[in-house]
Design a protein around this ligand. Structure first.
Ligand code: UTP
Length: 810
């Protein structure tokens, strides 16, 4: 009982004898553990820290006590100064003059992620952890300079082992193992609301890392200064693990520190508004410091200079570079502790593990920036928020993985392989540009070969531009097209055209030898007229021959009509069609070509495979025993010889039935298949499906060639009514969904062909964000009329696209 007596005496001195409550239940080892846990705590220091929050003591001050901190605006790399800093920074890095420190010892209680925050997967398609993203940056510095910057990761007792194991398990993400080290910061007890220490287990006191200000003593005790690379370095770069945009050892930053000779540069960003909940930099009573937003007097928070900028607007970004010599002296400075109310797991009064729902414990933290009190020349290095600041603090809402992903993609913008871009006419041309500006460009480095298929340019180029565009799609494999005007007599006059140019789609179809697939976009609240349809029905129309290429004539009474076929060897066969002895009439001669039907079959089967949908094909072979039967036979032959195996592997089927049976089955189905139709059937049923699924504005179309070229577009036209309103300066609520989905279709296909997971992910997310918005009742005017949502809100075109863009990376 010697140990027990010792502990009882010791804890009683501080009123903490409840920590021994489970002593009788513990075995010898447990008692030893509890003994060490209690003895490792500096009770005097802990209670002093608990009872003396320096923030509270120093919170009262007025505007006259403060002045702005010195600021250096981060220069652009292309500017002269930027180049100078950059080159200096690279020189320092090459010489091993800087080491990087990542603070990763925190508890991450707000994020609620199991395990160290650095192991968190922020939802990139590569599933890289925050640690890997940071190591990647140092790897690219190595590519750039040939030097490996040594990375020191600050952990704490709660996550040290897991952190090291994570790096071990992942092979240090390809970085040399001897260039990544870990050092542990100190722990301090967590208190309950009554100022008592708690147990996390029957043999352990609840402790937590002592705040990011614990870094100074930890650098010393963790052997960073005395390590080989630590000794060599003149500068110490420090940032936090939870800022996924922090540019580790940013050469401009390092170079600036080296050339200006400042003891400390601290990256700051301009606060977004006077009420932003972030501490601001200033010089108070002659010392540089960060004042908590709760303590900033209103007049100080709102004060602006003659340029309209906040005088005290520099907010801490948590990224620093220190002269090492300054920090070596700082390590023995005692920083004040600040109190935070946080969630902490512990034992409840019955000795059961307890995970609070709300923050209810007092955590003591030192702040790194309190060291500024002891450093003279701290200078703010002002960066652009969007360039380098995307913290992940909370599970949802502000500073969450969703906001960080958004900022991450806005910064890096997804690179992509080239696609053909075919611009078009009238309102859809306006929608086209807005989709690019508002939804695509912010996140993607759009890479397109641009063809202007507007009616005026087709006229100016004698429609050569359409042919060039078609050839570009053949070459690049993927194209996206805006709706275009197919001129008629009225358009001829309206646009003063040289002639009635062909429909661009007909030219594209011909050159690509393609099949058009039309697919409805299904959104919650927009109910198809056929209530059983839950999934899209994609319709494929064979756009060659039959009645569309028929030769027709009127026939007088008494005439006889036959089909006359001349074989290559000159043999003539006459097949009687009809004897018009009773009445005059009409006659039509249709044709189709086996090769075209075969291409059609191949396109349909490839498309079904690419989207994993069953394929149906229908004709009327019982009546048209040669003509339609040939279609049926060719489809069967192509399927058996070329596709059966792949269909089976993919778990999809090919199914033939008579057109009348097909129609009945389609109506009774749930949807979710490709329906291949002959030319006329496709013409009729595609419009029927469009009407039944809601609106043409929700119908996309893709032209697929048998050799695997894809051209995406909206199934609708150029929306001239809206265009007139737009030209008159009136707001329009044009539905951009089909055009947007043409873009996402093309981007996804490009991504699939190139193995670009980021692009595929963008396309998927953009479509999901769009459908979510419509499902929530926020939509364009045309959909408001169709939607069964409650509380519908009509958005104009810009508003709708803006909302989509905002939520892509939610
Ligand atoms: P935060 O102040 O956001 O704290 O840390 P946290 O512990 O990560 O998260 P919450 O507050 O419990 O939700 C900012 C940065 O400082 C590091 C964190 O790992 C993070 O990179 N940090 C914080 C430490 O390294 N040690 C600490 O004691 C506290």
């Amino acid at each position: 009982m010697e140990k027990y007596d010792e502990l009882l005496k010791f804890t009683s001195k501080y009123g903490q004898q409840h920590l021994l409550k489970y002593w009788p239940e513990l075995d010898e080892e447990g008692r030893d553990r509890l003994y060490s846990s209690i003895k490792s705590i500096d009770f005097d220091k802990s209670f002093k820290a608990y009872s003396g929050d320096s923030r509270e003591a120093s919170s009262e001050f007025s505007l006259s006590d403060v002045s702005p901190i010195e600021v250096i605006e981060k220069p652009d790399e292309s500017a002269e100064l930027g180049k100078k800093y950059y080159e200096k920074g690279i020189e320092v890095i090459k010489k091993g003059g800087v080491i990087a420190v990542t603070m990763a010892g925190g508890q991450g209680s707000r994020l609620g992620h199991e395990g160290p925050k650095g192991t968190f997967d922020m939802g990139l398609p590569t599933h890289k952890s925050l640690f890997e993203l940071q190591v990647d940056q140092l790897s690219s510095i190595h590519e750039n300079t040939g030097a490996y910057v040594h990375l020191y990761i600050m952990t704490s007792e709660i996550n040290h082992n897991q952190t090291v194991e994570f790096f071990e398990a992942n092979g240090y993400f390809g970085y040399p193992k001897d260039k990544i080290s870990f050092f542990c910061q100190n722990m301090i007890p967590v208190f309950d609301r009554n100022g008592n220490m708690m147990l996390s287990a029957k043999d352990k006191v609840v402790t937590a890392a002592d705040g990011n200000g614990g870094i100074f003593s930890a650098l010393e005790s963790g052997g960073v200064f005395s390590s080989e690379d630590g000794k060599k370095a003149a500068f110490i770069y420090i940032s936090q693990i939870d800022n996924c945009l922090a540019e580790l050892c940013d050469p401009i930053f390092i170079g600036c520190a080296a050339l200006t000779g400042k003891s400390c540069l601290t990256k700051t960003l301009m606060k977004a508004g006077p009420d932003e909940k972030a501490g601001v930099y200033c010089v108070k009573n002659g010392r540089p410091c960060v004042v908590e937003y709760t303590e900033v007097p209103k007049d100080m928070a709102e004060l602006k200079d003659s340029n309209g900028e906040f005088v005290f607007g520099d907010v801490n970004a948590g990224i620093y570079v220190f002269k090492k010599s300054v920090l070596e002296h700082a390590s023995n400075r005692g920083l004040p502790y600040h109190k935070y109310v946080k969630k902490t797991e512990r034992l409840d009064e019955n000795g059961k593990p307890f995970k609070p729902e709300v923050p209810d414990c007092i955590k003591l933290e030192m702040f790194l920036f309190d060291i500024f009190e002891y450093i003279d020349d701290v200078t703010a290095f002002r960066i652009k928020r969007e360039d380098e600041f995307a913290p992940i603090k909370n599970a949802t809402g502000v500073d969450s993985p969703a906001t960080a992903r958004n900022l991450y993609y806005r910064k890096f913008r997804i690179p992509m392989g080239k696609i053909a871009e075919l611009d078009g006419d009238e309102m859809t041309r306006v929608v086209w540009q807005k989709i690019k500006d508002i939804v695509l460009e912010p996140y993607i480095r759009l890479n397109t070969e641009y063809y202007d298929l507007s009616i005026t340019n087709r006229d100016a180029t004698d429609d050569k531009v359409t042919v060039e565009a078609a050839n570009a799609i053949k070459r690049l494999k993927v194209g996206v097209k805006c709706a275009t005007i197919t001129p008629n007599a009225q358009r001829l006059e309206e646009y003063k055209l040289k002639k009635l140019w062909r429909s661009p789609n007909a030219t594209l179809r011909e050159i690509l030898d393609g099949t058009v697939f039309r697919a409805p976009v299904i959104a919650d609240g927009i109910k198809p007229l056929v209530s059983g349809w839950k999934k899209p029905i994609v319709i494929a129309r064979h756009a060659y021959g039959d009645v569309y290429a028929a030769k027709e004539t009127a026939v007088k009474k008494g005439s006889k009509v036959c089909i006359s076929v001349t074989d290559p060897d000159g043999t003539v066969t006459n097949i009687p069609v009809h004897d018009f002895e009773r009445s005059s009439g009409i006659v039509s001669g249709m044709h189709n070509e086996d090769d075209s039907i075969r291409s059609f079959a191949r396109s349909c089967m490839s498309f079904s495979l690419s989207c994993g949908l069953d394929l149906w094909f229908s004709s009327k072979d019982t009546v048209s025993k040669t003509y339609d039967h040939r279609f049926k036979d060719i489809f069967e032959e192509v399927f058996e010889n070329e596709y059966r195996k792949s269909f089976e592997d993919k778990g999809i089927t090919y199914f033939y039935t008579l057109i009348d049976d097909a129609v009945a089955r389609v109506v009774r189905s749930e949807g979710g298949f490709v329906w291949a139709c002959k030319n006329y059937d496709g013409d009729v049923f595609s419009d029927m499906l469009a009407a039944c699924f809601g609106s043409l504005s929700m119908m996309t179309s893709v032209l697929v060639s048998p050799d695997g070229c894809f051209e995406y577009e909206a199934a609708h036209g150029t929306i001239p009514k809206h265009y007139k309103k737009y030209l008159a300066g009136e707001p329009t609520s044009t539905n951009p969904i089909a055009t947007l989905f043409a873009w996402t279709g093309a981007l996804r296909k490009r991504g699939e062909l190139d193995g670009n997971v980021f692009l595929i992910d963008f396309a998927d997310r953009t479509e999901r964000a769009t459908l979510k918005l419509v499902g929530e009742g926020r939509m364009t005017g045309d959909l408001v009329r169709l939607s069964s949502c409650e509380n519908k809100v009509t958005l104009d075109l810009d508003g709708f696209l803006g909302e989509i863009a905002k939520h892509i990376y939610d």
